[in-house]
Design a binder for this molecule. Structure first.
Ligand SMILES: C[S@@+](CC[C@H](N)C(=O)[O-])C[C@H]1O[C@@H](n2cnc3c(N)ncnc32)[C@H](O)[C@@H]1O
Length: 289
């Protein structure tokens, strides 16, 4: 069988610009679909927060904070003597996070635009977290080195990333559907900013150990996405999953209709009572400096 050519890797600058643009573009959808994300993504929070082993009064860095989670949860957990800095490359995401902090009356969380590999090394943190953010860094080993350098000795980092593709059909089906209609095959998920970039079992623990983290642990955190019906699943998924949305929007109108139809049909098997519940599984990987 003829082997397909390896995907050329994007340069760091192109990668970073693409990530910033895609997520800035997706911020409107993340604002609009907040109730959905609070149900779907927040399911990993108990495992993520337990792995962080938070203590009142700590100083925390959360990167890839998007519209403010889990930074806002953590800020409430550590109490008013603690402080959280939420960092995100997409300015429109930061705006939403600030608005949500004001509505919740949270004063110990600040949000600013920034890249995890560009954080000033002078401030040291007790904990560093990221919920579904690490897989979009252009160079994960370098990002992990920066995280480790930002930690106080003995400080902990914990990340959630999506688990194996077959166990995450909501995202897996959408990625496969847009891929099959794209003119140019999209790059390999492990070589591009993709939700499934760190899905392979053992990959992130290995990268964390290589970056010098100790006591590295990986746990599985089950979650599921709940939708009232298949049409809502299709609309949300093609709106919030930034890299998938970018490919979908490059398709012709006819192919967009085909993608939607394929997803609608694929989703029917997840009917559960009066809703559609599509299972998902995340890794929560943590380690100590
Ligand atoms: C899937 S969203 C997760 C948002 C949020 N943590 C949540 O779980 O609701 C990923 C976020 O990571 C941000 N991001 C991507 N690369 C980043 C980087 N190198 N440094 C900081 N933020 C980044 C994106 O802009 C996006 O808002």
């Amino acid at each position: 069988m003829k082997k397909s050519a390896p995907t050329p890797r994007l340069s760091g600058a192109r990668w970073r610009r693409m990530v910033r643009e895609q997520w800035s573009d997706a911020a409107r959808a993340w604002d609009h679909w907040e109730p959905f994300n609070l149900q779907f993504l927040s399911a990993v929070d108990p495992v993520l927060l337990r792995a962080l082993d938070l203590k009142p009064g700590q100083r925390i860095l959360d990167f890839g904070s998007g519209t403010g989670e889990p930074a806002l949860q953590i800020a409430r957990w550590i109490g008013p003597r603690g402080a959280v800095l939420g960092l995100d490359v997409a300015a429109p995401m930061v705006e939403v996070a600030r608005r949500r902090a004001r509505l919740l009356g949270i004063r110990n969380a600040r949000f600013r635009r920034g890249d995890i590999v560009r954080i000033p090394a002078r401030t040291k943190y007790d904990r560093v977290s990221s919920r579904f953010g690490l897989m979009f860094a252009d160079d994960v080993p370098v990002a992990l080195e920066h995280v480790r350098a930002a930690l106080k000795p003995g400080g902990r980092a914990a990340f959630s990333v999506w688990g194996p593709i077959p166990l995450n059909p909501a995202i897996g089906q959408a990625a496969a559907a847009v891929r099959s209609f794209a003119k140019v095959p999209p790059p390999d998920p492990e070589q591009s900013p993709h939700p499934m970039r760190l899905a392979r079992p053992g990959l992130l623990p290995r990268l964390m150990r290589a970056a010098g983290f100790r006591d590295v642990r990986a746990e599985l955190a089950p979650c599921y996405a709940s939708y009232p019906d298949a049409d809502t699943y299709v609309t949300i998924m093609l709106d919030i999953a930034a890299p998938i949305k970018a490919i979908y929007e490059s398709l012709s109108a006819a192919n967009r209709r085909r993608v939607r139809e394929r997803l609608r049909r694929g989703a029917q098997r997840y009917r559960s009572g009066h809703a559609l519940r599509i299972p998902g599984l995340a890794w929560v990987v943590s380690g100590r400096r």
